[in-house]
Write a new protein. Structure first.
Ligand code: AMP
Length: 307
């Protein structure tokens, strides 16, 4: 079953303590689409400017992503620049240029409107809402967000939360949105705002999954020794998770499937951070995902008798 993804396509400049790279393919939708594409066909809705390099466009196309819903507008592509501190976790945004995003109004090609699985990757919540307004009747809607929208667009974000099945956000965002220090309280409070399911990402420490009827899962993080560029880890996680769920087709999205989906998302994110931009994904195949998934299973398995 195909996935509809809306989000940003960007040109990123990224600086780490050891390297600086420019004009990289970035954006929440780029990462999410490539990750979802390992499991399901992807229909992408986004916007790029006249300066968007053909090599980046071709890369997305070669991954089999349907780009019919990507507008090519006059002006420049969205640009983002960030710098990572020595821990490769703390990040400072150096600059953001909205460019073509300033006037972006997502428009879904007719045959995208009946998608059952929708990932509203990180963009302004009013744009995420505009996409939902055009959909027929999706079966499962997942939204990702970021601190910026919690700070400058909270009313729209709260409207959105009432219309999604699942929200993905990171630990500091969950605390900011709920004003709770405990992530457990924060996750439950977010559920009370609308989404039945909440995934709280904890960076290099894994992720917490909150389901219905107090279902709860704590997913570990893959113990990676070398991280080259953490950019897009969250978007890759969301894309992998959604692609996996869509691949199950008409089966119910129960808690067991959601647990598997967050592990799949974590596996994909762990690969993505091994190189800049989406470069690592050029060589990752589905068999690699399966083998790291099995490692994850061993990692989280706990089989001992107490006393
Ligand atoms: P992540 O590392 O998961 O937070 O995602 C990083 C990606 O998000 C980069 O490739 C950026 O181009 C993109 N990004 C950063 N800020 C925004 C924003 N305000 N709206 C949409 N995408 C953004």
């Amino acid at each position: 079953m195909s996935v509809l993804i809306v989000g940003s396509i960007a040109l990123d400049d990224v600086k780490t303590p050891v390297e600086e790279r420019f004009d990289l393919l970035g954006g929440s939708a780029s990462y999410a689409s490539v990750a979802a594409g390992y499991f399901s066909p992807v229909n992408l809705v986004a916007i790029v400017g006249e300066d968007f390099p053909a090599s980046h466009w071709n890369f997305l196309q070669e991954r089999g992503i349907n780009l019919e819903g990507v507008q090519r507008a006059e002006g420049k592509t969205f640009r983002w620049s960030g710098e990572y501190m020595w821990d490769m976790n703390t990040r400072e945004t150096r600059s953001v240029a909205l460019n073509v995003f300033e006037t972006f109004a997502p428009k879904l090609p007719d045959h995208f409107k009946s998608s059952d699985f929708v990932l509203l990757a990180n963009i302004a919540p009013d744009l995420q809402l505009q996409v939902l307004d055009q959909m027929d009747k999706p079966k499962f809607v997942i939204a990702d967000t970021m601190d910026l929208w919690i700070n400058i667009a909270q009313p729209a974000l709260l409207d959105l939360l009432k219309r999604v099945d699942m929200l993905i956000l990171n630990d500091s965002e969950a605390r900011e949105l709920t004003k709770e220090t405990s992530l457990i309280k924060a996750g439950k409070k977010i559920q009370s705002l609308g989404p039945r399911i909440v995934a709280v990402k904890k960076g290099e420490h894994g992720c917490l999954l909150f389901g219905e009827n107090d279902d709860f899962f704590s997913c570990p993080a893959y113990p990676l020794e070398d991280i080259h560029d953490p950019t897009g880890a969250g978007d890759t996680f969301a894309g992998g998770l959604t692609g996996y769920l869509a691949n199950r087709g008409n089966h119910d999205v129960g808690f067991k499937a959601l647990k598997t989906a967050v592990v799949v998302g974590s596996v994909l994110a762990s690969y993505n951070v091994e190189a800049f931009s989406l470069e690592r994904m050029r060589s990752v195949e589905q068999k690699d995902i399966l083998s790291r998934f099995a490692e994850f299973q061993d990692l989280a398995h706990f089989d001992a008798d107490l006393l």
